[in-house]
Write a protein that binds this ligand. Structure first.
Ligand SMILES: Nc1ncnc2c1ncn2[C@@H]1O[C@H](COP(=O)(O)OP(=O)(O)OP(=O)(O)O)[C@@H](O)[C@H]1O
Ligand SMILES: [Mg+2]
Length: 353
């Protein structure tokens, strides 16, 4: 196992300022996997976190809110054969229930999506209560699932606003590359706006670092920078760059099915355990607990350059002290103020207005 202890942090002033607010327990059961930046690992996280939560014994509904339909194909559903999709539930007047499909993973179901959903963005504009369509569509089915994950498209348009209005919390994947923080100010502003006007319970459940390559200094620096900004809002479990995670969707399989002993699969099991701990939910099926997920577990990731780094195993974990604890609760208001404070006090130009 490679566990890197978090470096002594120079917590941003806004982090300590809001410490008192971290005491309450996050009770969210519905999550948007959101970041308007493209290709940061949203769909990979939605699919594999969903599969990992299901493996831990919870019934999970994955809602594909992206016209690209990557979460849909990621669980092995062909986009060419879809009768009913998220689009039909959002604007077609079909009950969401009719669009739900099983996946190859036990306890994981999906509302699939395809390109037709792109039309919803346009069609919704003129509709009454256009921001709350997903919330209304989900209401009749949400009681059937322990957890609901919504995979968002790479934009802050109406589809994402619908997702943020429908869920209780956000999980924000941040790719460990140079422009990682770019756009996060705008995202936090949007979350705060939705919270203020549409969904007062919306909070940020956590930030997950994705495509971490511990061999590169840049990856390390970016991870440290993100942790400096978001402190223990960042999950201790980091998702490593893993060829198995990238390959799995081409076989229509989650990484947990395709390469269960890979570092990527282990990372998502670790992330699932951590999320459950943060929201105070039990592991129903204890086969994969957090400790197991962080054990040496290279498995079939061997042989690929990015997967066979000197660390040897993964998930990379920093700040293990924050894993599995009571879990910080940072609501979007705080996040908004945080980002503003960091803007003002550190002069960071995120360049995203
Ligand atoms: N940890 C990882 N290691 C290696 N490849 C990854 C990892 N996570 C995601 N990928 C790959 O990176 C690409 C982008 O990932 P993904 O589709 O999950 O991002 P996204 O944020 O959903 O993208 P979009 O914004 O287009 O919806 C995909 O090809 C995916 O297979
Ligand atoms: Mg995606």
């Amino acid at each position: 196992m490679r566990v890197r202890t978090r470096q002594p942090q120079q917590a941003s002033p806004w982090i300590t300022h809001f410490d008192a607010e971290r005491k309450s327990q996050l009770t969210a059961r519905t999550f948007a996997i959101v970041n308007q930046k493209g290709g940061v690992g949203k769909s990979t996280t939605a699919v594999n976190l969903g599969a990992a939560l299901a493996a831990l014994g919870h019934s999970v509904l994955l809602v594909d809110m992206d016209p690209q339909g990557n979460a849909t194909s990621g669980v092995g559903i062909s986009k060419s054969s879809l009768a009913l999709t998220t689009y039909h539930a959002l604007v077609g007047g079909e009950p969401m229930e009719r669009a739900i499909r099983p996946t190859g993973t036990e306890r994981l179901e999906i509302v699939p999506s395809d390109l037709r959903l792109a039309g919803a963005e346009v069609e919704l504009v003129s509709q009454i209560a256009r921001e709350t369509k997903l919330r209304a569509a989900l209401r009749p089915v949400e009681g059937r699932y322990d957890l609901i994950l919504v995979d968002c498209p790479p934009s802050l348009g109406l589809l994402t606003i619908n997702a943020l209005t429908a869920v209780q919390a956000c999980v924000i994947p941040v790719q460990c590359e140079f422009y990682a923080l770019e756009g996060l100010t705008q995202l936090m502003d949007t979350i705060a706006l939705v919270r203020r006007h549409l969904n007062p319970v919306l909070s940020v459940a956590g930030v997950v670092l994705t495509m971490v390559d511990p061999r590169t200094k840049l990856s390390d620096q970016v991870a440290d920078e993100v942790r400096r900004h978001f402190a223990d809002l960042v999950f201790a479990t980091e998702v490593p760059r893993s060829v198995r995670l990238a390959e799995a969707p081409s076989y229509g399989m989650t990484a947990l099915s395709y390469a269960p002993s890979s570092r990527g699969a282990a990372a998502y099991r670790g992330l699932a355990s951590e999320l459950l701990a943060r929201i105070g939910m039990p592991v129903v099926d204890g086969r994969h607990n957090h400790a197991e997920a962080t054990r040496a577990d290279v498995g079939d990731d061997r042989g690929h350059s990015a997967d066979s780094d000197v660390a040897g195993d993964a998930p990379v974990e920093r700040g293990a002290d924050s894993a599995g604890g009571s879990g910080p609760v940072v609501d979007s208001c705080r996040a908004e103020l945080s980002v503003r404070a960091s803007r003002g006090q550190e002069g960071r130009g995120d360049g995203d207005g």
